[in-house]
Write a protein that binds this ligand. Structure first.
Ligand SMILES: Cc1cc2nc3c(=O)[nH]c(=O)nc-3n(C[C@H](O)[C@H](O)[C@H](O)COP(=O)(O)OP(=O)(O)OC[C@H]3O[C@@H](n4cnc5c(N)ncnc54)[C@H](O)[C@@H]3O)c2cc1C
Length: 400
């Protein structure tokens, strides 16, 4: 009998953990496992605000996929997924195609622009390792420009972060912490740097504990960050952003962090989706497609307590990977009794740059050094889960 073919698309938190878990659960005779990813490295998406702001070397946030896998058990293909042909049980790649019996789609997310004009043309939207490198280079170029451009425009050192969710706050936390060092290095007066966070919702970090939000905003304001809350961005232009009732903020740097939608491959492949995310069945399969699991930022599941979707996070993607691996194992054993996914919320911590962070762990609110310690522990645990103690020691965040 032919071995079942398992294909995993995407090697982020969801895909990488699915591949590692499946390779441990299944014997060589049970199934062949293929992991396909755009690059030959896995990166820590949750760390990207650091290389983007220049406070971490980009290399530190990535690791070769082949070093994480048992390559006798998992075949790695470096290629870009273009489309899933569900009826033919195959995925189309830029340079070929792969047949599957079971497919795990874990292709992550892309920026949500809400149709606001000019975003793709004038803002940095890519939360990938390449995207982070681009933002970092641009920021340094702007500091270098300051004492060189003859017609020094108002916006040369104005940085606008669109969105005060976790990504936007973590990024401005890093940038505001780093700004004094950049000013010193490029002989720029501190007053020349303006940093804005513009948010359409009535508060920063919507849904997060108000006391923690206040702590975070006060801290960031003390580093020179200006918040414009309840202020929708109407348009992004070559010279800045138009906000509220038509006010223009001149800025040479606009970093987009207003939330995400599922990878475009989802919609291209004809899955029924809401902002590119598929409302999956409790066992994480796509409705009507018993051989396709969708996990991570491409999946949407409802938090019954809050009656709204869980926000897409690395934590949930990693847990979904484990459930998916278990369910594929059951299917291979001929069982149709699959496990329903249940999210086990282990807390949320947002870094604010330097030794500062805010978070909720269990029912406890944490601030400052304690929260920063917790954040590093969480980051190290993610490395431990996917690559074991050697990876955690090599790339982990120490001292805690
Ligand atoms: C700056 C930042 C900070 C964050 N902080 C936190 C946090 O503190 N805690 C938390 O839980 N979550 C956080 N998140 C969210 C978290 O990173 C995502 O929810 C998580 O990465 C989703 O995992 P995933 O496996 O779905 O996608 P990803 O981890 O993004 O992986 C997707 C993979 O698919 C690959 N890929 C994409 N398209 C293709 C294609 N067409 N073909 C082949 N490969 C492709 C990508 O290269 C990538 O390797 C943060 C996100 C950002 C951007």
């Amino acid at each position: 009998m032919n071995k079942a073919k398992i294909v995993i698309a995407g090697a982020g938190y969801g895909g990488m953990n699915a591949a590692v878990t499946l390779s441990k659960k299944l014997g060589a005779n049970d199934a062949s496992i293929t992991l396909v990813n755009k690059h030959d490295y896995h990166y820590q998406t949750t760390w990207l605000h650091e290389p983007a702001a220049g406070s971490m070397e980009p290399d530190r946030a990535r690791v070769k996929i082949s070093s994480l896998l048992n390559t006798n058990r998992v075949n790695f293909v470096e290629d870009e997924v273009v489309e899933v042909k569900k009826e033919d049980k195959k995925i189309i790649l830029k340079n070929g195609e792969l047949d599957y019996d079971y497919l795990v789609v874990a292709l992550g997310a892309t920026a949500e622009t809400f149709g606001i004009p000019g975003v793709h043309e004038h803002a940095f939207t890519k939360w990938t390792l390449d995207g982070a490198r681009q933002v970092k280079e641009h920021i340094e170029l702007k500091f270098a420009d300051y004492n060189n451009v003859l017609d020094r425009t108002e916006g040369v050192l104005t940085f606008v972060v669109a969105g005060a969710g976790f990504t936007g706050i973590e990024f401005i936390g890093e940038l505001s912490e780093r700004a004094p060092e950049l000013c010193k290095r490029y002989d720029v007066p501190r007053e020349a740097v303006r940093m804005y966070v513009v948010e359409a919702a009535p508060s920063a970090l919507p849904g997060f504990d108000p006391e923690l939000v206040e702590y975070g905003m006060n801290l960031l304001e003390s580093r020179g960050v200006e918040f414009k809350i309840n202020t929708p961005i109407k348009e992004v232009t070559a010279s800045g952003v138009i906000v509220g009732e038509g006010e223009e903020i001149n800025a040479d740097t606009i970093v987009w962090a207003t939330g995400v939608r599922g990878n475009p491959v989802i919609e291209k492949s004809g899955f029924e989706a809401n902002r590119g995310r598929v409302k999956v069945e409790p066992d994480l399969r796509a409705p009507g497609h018993d051989d396709v699991f969708i996990i991570g930022d491409c999946a949407l599941i409802i938090n019954e307590e809050a009656n709204r979707p869980y926000p897409p996070t690395a934590q949930i993607a990693t847990q979904m990977a484990k459930t998916t691996a278990k369910n594929i194992e059951s299917l291979l054993k001929g069982s149709s009794n699959l496990e329903a996914f249940k999210f086990n919320n282990q807390g949320t911590v947002a870094s604010l740059g330097g030794k500062e962070a805010i978070g909720v762990v269990g029912s406890r609110k944490i601030y400052g050094g304690t929260a920063s310690f917790m954040k590093k522990m969480i980051d190290n645990k993610a490395l431990l889960t996917v690559g074991g103690p050697m990876l955690a020691l090599k790339k982990g965040k120490f001292p805690l």
